[in-house]
Design a protein around this ligand. Structure first.
Ligand SMILES: Nc1ncnc2c1ncn2[C@@H]1O[C@H](COP(=O)(O)OP(=O)(O)O)[C@@H](O)[C@H]1O
Ligand SMILES: [Mg+2]
Length: 258
């Protein structure tokens, strides 16, 4: 399966992505986790140690490699470069591995007005297309609020876009914006996961406000997550309740895609 996770900043995208990856790992599924958020912290949510992380560098920061693959020249924007650079070896060469999980960190793409058409952007977009189309692992892409990384023509390979929301107007509005973008890109299955839920009335509010979405499940507000964040450990290793909640979400997702 190929799952992309989006939503407003701070709603819990990375938390969900990290726990999902660990559950799948425990079940023996091979997982390719892609951190596509410039504010990259999926590694912590999965539970990689600092030493393990020293082994991996965000792809966007590998300037020499990007130049080599795209044929671009240093400091020369607007000149010619390859639009279809070789990317198929990247997930295996530039990832860090924990159990069955392979993590690739994309890093920060410079954004020019109207979306930067520059070599690193082209390389990363090609990479995402490649993993969505060709890789046969369970792919989880931890994204930012926008859908910039998803190019037309590859979105048909996204089995599901999960939009994480919390009970509040702002993340609900972001979810609606994301759904519209997803519709423009032709992504068929857009789901909602409610996070930081404190009671039934929260779920009610989300379902009412987001009635065009299919509601995949809820994650309760959980003090242990804040503790995990402070200690820099994966919430997966801190708390069983959230594990159960995410297992339900994953099973609901799979049931919809058999
Ligand atoms: N269910 C929850 N209960 C309490 N805190 C949460 C919950 N989910 C996430 N958080 C906290 O909210 C913050 C943002 O979560 P994160 O997963 O990094 O969001 P995002 O990736 O969407 O920016 C973190 O400090 C995280 O520990
Ligand atoms: Mg995040």
């Amino acid at each position: 399966m190929k799952v992309a996770i989006s939503g407003k900043g701070g709603v819990g995208k990375t938390t969900l992505a990290g726990i999902m990856a660990r559950i799948l790992d425990e079940r023996g599924n091979k997982v390719l986790a892609i951190d596509a958020d410039p504010d990259a912290n999926l590694a912590d949510a999965i539970g990689f140690s600092e030493d393990e992380l020293k082994l991996v560098k965000p792809i966007a920061e590998m300037e020499e490699f990007i130049r080599e693959r795209t044929g671009s020249k240093k400091g020369q924007y607007g000149t010619f470069f390859k639009l279809n650079p070789k990317v198929d070896d990247i997930p295996d060469r530039f990832s860090v591995v924990k159990g069955n999980i392979k993590l690739v960190i994309l890093g920060n793409i410079a954004k020019g007005g109207g979306g930067c058409f520059c070599p690193e952007n082209v390389l990363l977009k090609n990479l995402i297309s490649h993993v969505l189309i060709e890789r046969d692992e369970f792919v989880i892409v931890d994204m930012e609020a926008g859908l910039e990384h998803l190019g037309r023509g590859t979105t048909e390979f996204v089995d599901s876009l999960i939009v994480v929301v919390e009970p509040g107007k702002r993340s609900i509005q972001t979810a609606k914006d994301i759904k519209r973008l997803a519709g423009d890109l032709g992504i068929k299955n857009v789901y909602v996961v409610g996070n930081k839920i404190k009671g039934d009335e929260d779920v009610f509010l989300l379902k009412e406000e987001l009635d065009g979405f299919s509601y995949l499940g809820s994650i309760g507000y959980n003090e242990n997550l804040l503790k995990a964040d402070r200690l820099g450990v994966s919430p997966y290793d801190m708390d069983n309740k959230i594990k159960e909640e995410v297992i339900k979400i994953l099973d609901n997702l799979r049931a919809l895609h058999v």
